[in-house]
Ligand binder design. Structure first.
Ligand SMILES: Nc1nc2c(c(=O)[nH]1)N[C@H]1C(S)=C(S)[C@@H](COP(=O)(O)O)O[C@H]1N2
Ligand SMILES: [Mo]
Length: 339
């Protein structure tokens, strides 16, 4: 435990006070002031459209919430202003057969995420229009985003344009595309739906040490001797390589977000252009490892509580801007040890 023990869910770390990372799809274009924003509320063939002013007129309040991103960064006491979902319900009451609601974004891929209506209300979900007293910036989902306190931040949808009430659950974008957990409670570390990679396939891949291009989310290879493994362009989200021997392994352009590489031997391994957001390298041997071009928000190299620390030295290559994207404790550690 630490001084923030009751505010920081397991494995989460604080971003620097002045930082709020951008995560997910790019700002949709065009978002301009002259096309007035509208929110549609839909249930079956019933639909209502509300302008921003009409939403605000339902009653604007302040909300102070802690944000926890699944890539392991947290930001406490974020001061939003907006309208409680319950107030929207005063205006548009869904029938009791609509147990779910789906938030939909006004973006090219119609990004969405859904929740149980009951959970959304119990958690104090609101529609945010302001942050720190200013209109919510477009980068962070302005002019309107949903915020679901007590869930990983991927459940909080930017550029909200539609709330649909449905009888059945419909998986959202991250939940479908990336296997994110459909509930996403950070206190339970509900990050990914565990995938059971076919056992025979796993055995074959482990024997040949060639994983290139495969989709192996949640791949379990704890403690294995996999020196010289190649996993170029491989999806290894949330894979478990704890204590594995991965010397000179090739992870170029691999997706290792949320992967567990604790105490792995990774001497001379390459992670060029990979995604290691939220990956755990505490206690790993990273001498000669190359992280050029890797994206590493929320990655950990030293464990705040146990003190388990990665071995880094001047032969470990990490880009300056990647170091800056790390949380403060991790930044200090990496600066002190790598070049
Ligand atoms: N429309 C839309 N909303 C989204 C996303 C997205 O890609 N598109 N990404 C989600 C994820 S994964 C996170 S962590 C947060 C990030 O919000 P931020 O960029 O304001 O930090 O937005 C969530 N909402
Ligand atoms: Mo996220």
């Amino acid at each position: 435990m630490n001084e923030l023990g009751d505010r920081l869910p397991p494995g989460q770390q604080l971003v620097a006070a002045d930082k709020w990372p951008l995560v997910g799809e790019r700002v949709p274009s065009p978002i301009s002031a002259d096309t007035p924003w509208a929110l549609s509320l839909l249930e079956g063939d019933r639909s209502v459209r509300l302008t921003l002013d009409e939403i605000t007129a339902l009653g604007s309040e302040e909300f102070t919430v802690d944000i926890h991103c699944v890539t392991r960064w947290s930001r406490l006491d974020c001061r939003f202003c907006g309208v409680a979902l319950s107030k929207i319900f005063d205006f548009f009451q869904p029938t009791s057969s609509s147990r779910f609601l789906r938030f939909v974004a006004k973006t090219e891929r119609l990004h969405s995420t859904s929740l149980l209506v009951k959970d959304a209300l119990d958690l104090g979900t609101f529609l945010a229009t302001h942050f720190d007293g200013e209109p919510l910036s477009v980068e962070h989902g302005g002019p309107l985003r949903s915020v679901v306190p007590g869930r990983y931040f991927y459940k909080s949808l930017k550029w909200l344009t539609e709330i649909e009430f449905t009888a059945d659950d419909q998986l959202g974008y991250w939940e479908t595309e990336a296997g994110y957990h459909n509930v996403g409670d950070p206190w339970k570390e509900e990050q990914f739906i565990a995938t059971s990679v076919d056992k025979q396939l796993a055995a074959r891949l482990l024997a040949t040490r060639r994983l290139d291009g495969e989709n192996l989310m949640g791949f379990a290879a704890r403690g294995r001797d996999l020196a010289g493994l190649t996993a170029v362009d491989t999806i290894l989200r949330n894979a478990d390589f704890c204590a594995a021997n991965l010397d000179v392994a090739d992870f170029r352009r691999a997706n290792l977000s949320g992967a567990k590489l604790r105490c792995a031997s990774l001497q001379g391994a390459t992670f060029e252009e990979s995604d290691i957001e939220g990956a755990d390298f505490c206690g790993a041997d990273l001498r000669g490892a190359n992280f050029a071009g890797a994206s590493m928000f929320g990655a950990t190299f030293v464990d705040r509580d146990s003190g388990d620390a990665a071995v880094l030295d001047r032969t470990t290559i990490i880009d300056q801007d990647a170091v800056e994207s790390l949380c403060p404790l991790q930044q200090d550690f990496v600066r002190e040890h790598a070049a």
